[in-house]
Ligand binder design. Sequence first.
Ligand code: 5AD
Ligand code: FES
Length: 349
Amino acid sequence: MEPLLDRLQKSHALSLDEWEALIRNKEKIDREVLYREADRVRRKTYGDKIFLRGLIEFSNYCKNDCLYCGIRRSNENIERYRLSKNEILNCCRLGHNLGYKTFVLQSGEDFYYDTDKISDIIRSIKKEFPDCAVTLSLGERDKKTYEAWFDAGADRYLLRHETADKAHYRKLHPPELGLDSRLKALEDLKATGYQVGTGFIVGSPYQEASTLAKDLYFIQSFRPHMIGIGPFIPQSDTPFRNKEPGTLEDTLFFVALLRLLLPEALIPATTALGTIHPLGREMGIKAGANVLMPNLSPGEVRDKYLLYDNKICTGDEAAECRNCLENRIGKIGYKIVNERGDSLIPTTV
Ligand code: 5AD
Ligand code: FES
């Protein structure tokens, strides 16, 4: 293998310059060899198991205006919705019957759901499904709120850093958002005791080898429990509607690098990856991913949570998705399991 990849595998760390050199040379790297290696590393930690996370997109209101995102506040072309606690619990009931052991509550940054409302929802889910993990993906809040939700029983939190380069961050986000507060939120989450997930968009506008190197370097130092990455997909109602999408090849390349960097991380083959190629998720798994996040949101709202265009599975029932994935994953030699799938990386607290 390429010497830098060799070093990455042995020491799980590269300097910022080395990351950049590796990324600049990405076309010269033998992808078959890289994916095989990433798959081998994953099999040593998590075997052939693929963990499921039932995703409940409970509100598409958002106070932010990220330039890439379809549910940004200035998009007047979408119908906004909020699910009630009971509707959320019904999604969990459906998911639990299908064998799901993790529920991911995701929304735009919607402060209608204040600290207490979310705490109450978490408590109700944990009471009815004590065998399940609750993951939150609700954006930036203050540390006290993160602590309250953790005390209410939440286990994990997903908050992608999106890009670890300050100037690039400003190009993707409105002026009131900044990388510093994003990174502070990630530190707060970790200090609170959550299993924390972060990640970035592959092929976002203005991204360069140097910004990607910072993403990898940041992940190397932060050591998240989970890492979610997916290709940039333009959304027709956003300022980035005409920008080039990210590629399948690049996304798979970074999935594999992340697996070599953090053998014990939980890495999803994301819906965005399944959207840019019909077999994108399968290829993601073969390149080192070990998590899938099927949608458990009610049918009526699925097509309203459109972060990007042509999102897959918006018309499928949850049960159909489950069967479909079982077949697809079995065919490529892995096994979907009904387990919580906690990280092997210890939490801070
Ligand atoms: N293309 C790809 N990923 C996107 N996200 C938001 N909009 C897009 C898009 N147009 C990602 C962001 C966010 C996650 C929930 O979805 O990284 O953190
Ligand atoms: Fe909602 Fe970015 S538009 S968090």
